[in-house]
Design a protein around this ligand. Sequence first.
Ligand code: ADP
Ligand code: ADP
Length: 239
Amino acid sequence: MPLLHAEHISKTYPNGTQALKGIDIEVEQGEFLVVIGLSGSGKSTLLRCINQLHTVSSGRIVFDDAEITALKGRRLRQARSRIGMIFQQFNLIPRKTVLTNVLSGALARTPVIKSLLGMYSAEDKQKALAYLDIVGLAQKAYVRADNLSGGQQQRVAIARALMQDPKILLADEPVASLDPSTSHSVMKYLQKINQELGVTVICNLHFLSLVRTYATRVIALKEGQLVYQGAPSDIDEQW
Ligand code: ADP
Ligand code: ADP
């Protein structure tokens, strides 16, 4: 059983744009899958359908033995809580500390009234500090988020996503706004959580150089269709 199985999924937006046209993908536990393709090819839509930020127009998605495209309410929230996501924009709360930002990733488990009051369990706090250590930011826990560099903010976003104990982490162009050396640093932390914590990663990228270094497998989208899948080392011959 693959961890994730998208079966013939299509997505047409309300304005008529056909962003995905019958995509089939299987992702095994432990993979670091990179999705490449030109801007507008459907990469972001694919990730948003996987975590149910968008509903698919047809097809189905099975994640962790549950057909998430058929779930509703509490069961959907439960399934989604094991799917972490990070974006090109880091989406941190700028005037809050790094630690508070990471703790906000535990919201799925924390009763709303407690989270509004900033009341987190000692266990969650320990966990947040441990994840900050994993992304190399233990010393920044009490610094305001907007004092960090872009690469550091993305690492905070990774730690925040880890608070959900995700089985899979979806990264939508996580380094698109970062310079090359900072990009490598962020990618190395994604690789670390993939290899050391066993979190499966699906990452949208548009730099082929990064693909060869970090992917265990690559798929390419073109105009909403899957046009290639294979080993990162074969990329040069194909593109
Ligand atoms: P990529 O991530 O590869 O750049 P997207 O998934 O963002 O591609 O976009 C795929 C296509 O869907 C594009 O034509 C884009 O303009 C369109 N699209 C994306 N989001 C929406 C939306 N919310 N409403 C309508 N069209 C959208
Ligand atoms: P990014 O560069 O982060 O992929 P975009 O500028 O493509 O962001 O899109 C920003 C937002 O607008 C996204 O939520 C996307 O789904 C939506 N969007 C993108 N293209 C369209 C479109 N053609 N029509 C409506 N919404 C769109």
